[in-house]
Design a protein around this ligand. Structure first.
Ligand SMILES: [Zn+2]
Length: 432
């Protein structure tokens, strides 16, 4: 049940010692080999020897996706190109992608981290693993591929799409383990259920990642496919998948803390929050050679759980990602994410999936208005039904958000549609 038991169950003291030692080496490598970090340190009067332990990291600035973009494509690499054996990239919604590189050592570390989360979920060398992430510059497919190969599973590098064929291969090749995004797994599992072919399959395990997975989604996949599934997390800027993953107990994802140092900050102030509180995840790669990164702002909101896990792993866990800090609103001191509103309205009768949040300041009070589109305009004429619906949404919002919102039901097709990333929030608080 462990891939690297010694390191996965190391004592916290020893782990911290190891992190500090690796950090000192990392700071020197960044200062000597990456002009971006050298310039930044020099400008702020930071000497590498001033960063001795992980707590000292608080004294250096955060690194952002924009920093990586400005150093496109290879300027943040810390080794000569002849040492780089692979590049990956993540597509931005606009402009140039963010490019990352790997040495042979990095690939080895990466596959170790993925192997750990696969074994933690129950994968073995007897598994036949169908990888249904898209192969390419994206880190998902090759990341899981490397880790599962390392534990000796049989890999089917299926890539994404062509769902009929996915199910055919799953049946014919005796696939036992599926790697995909949760949303694609939902789709495949529904198709499998409709075709009534589940009994011909050997599928038993799912490793899902690259997007958030709600409990409802996971339950649905597990029920349709009759499998057990875990979530994992990562991003190409840090390495790809493998930064953290759930064990069988599924009570948070264990971070590979010997390679990744995690902090939680207040996204507004940049200050570290007290242990156990929610905020934005910031990660420093302790061992990466080609593309080390100091204090990377993931923009993902979560909290750290440092209490020991019953599985025996001592590495801290992150809770399920709550949302993106770019999207986070603070209303009357309460953190609100558009994704929470989404969870309330999805599956409700009479209202469509489009919504708009309007935040205002009235006197000294913040107010939240949630505008929802009706599917059928005729409801606007039926006042008692309209009122009942409004009340129902309001109550659901109160239980999910912990605050009162004004609910406005508007005509169909009146909320603006977006191509690409939707703009769901209008914050009028700082306007006169
Ligand atoms: Zn555990």
């Amino acid at each position: 049940m462990f891939f690297q038991k010694d390191i996965e169950t190391i004592s916290r003291d020893k782990l911290e010692e190891l992190q500090n030692e690796r950090l000192r080496n990392l700071i020197n490598r960044c200062y000597e080999n990456v002009p971006f970090y050298k310039d930044r340190f020099d400008r702020l009067g930071i000497k590498p020897e001033m960063i001795k332990i992980t707590k000292d990291l608080r004294n250096i600035p955060l690194t952002t996706k924009e920093d990586i973009r400005e150093n496109y494509p290879f300027k943040m690499f810390a080794v000569p190109m002849k040492k780089v054996v692979r590049v990956h990239a993540s597509s931005g919604t606009t402009g140039k992608p963010t490019v990352v590189g790997y040495t042979r050592g990095d690939l080895d570390m990466w596959s170790d981290c993925v192997a750990r989360l696969a074994v933690a979920a129950g994968a073995t060398d007897e598994d036949v693993a169908q990888i249904s992430f898209g192969y390419g510059l994206f880190t998902g497919a090759l990341g899981l591929h490397g880790g599962l190969e390392k534990i000796g599973a049989t890999i089917i590098p299926m890539s994404s799409g062509n769902s009929e064929k996915q199910l055919m291969i799953m049946e014919d090749f005796g696939t036992t383990l599926l790697v995909s995004t949760p949303s694609y797994a939902v789709y495949l599992s529904e198709m499998c259920r409709e075709k009534g072919i589940r009994d011909k399959m050997k599928l038993r395990l799912g490793l899902f990642g690259s997007e958030g997975c709600t409990d409802e989604m996971r339950n649905l996949i597990e029920k349709n496919f009759g499998i057990f599934a875990t979530d994992n997390y990562g991003m190409s800027e840090l390495i790809g998948p493998g930064v953290s993953g759930e064990c069988k107990l599924r009570c948070g994802q264990h971070i590979a803390e010997d390679h990744f140092f995690a902090e939680i900050i207040n996204p507004e102030t940049g200050e570290n929050v007290p242990d156990g509180e929610y905020g934005e995840l910031v990660v420093t790669t302790l061992t990466k050679e080609a593309f080390p990164i100091l204090r990377y702002r993931t923009r993902d909101i979560t909290r750290l759980i440092k209490e020991p896990c019953a599985c025996g792993r001592t590495h801290a866990r992150i809770e399920k990602i709550r949302g993106r800090s770019d999207d986070m609103l603070i209303i009357k001191g309460v953190n609100v994410f558009p994704s929470q509103i989404e969870s309330v309205i999805i599956g409700m009768d009479y209202v469509g999936p489009h919504y708009l949040l309007v935040v205002r300041r009235e006197g000294f009070m913040d107010t939240l208005e949630v505008q929802l589109e009706l599917i059928d305009a005729a409801l606007l004429e039926r006042f008692s039904e309209l009122e009942a619906l409004q009340k129902k949404v309001k109550e659901k919002l109160r239980s999910v958000l912990g605050l009162d919102a004004k609910v406005s039901l508007v005509q169909p097709m009146t909320i603006e549609r977006f191509q690409g990333k939707a703009k769901r929030v209008v914050d009028l608080r700082n306007q006169k």
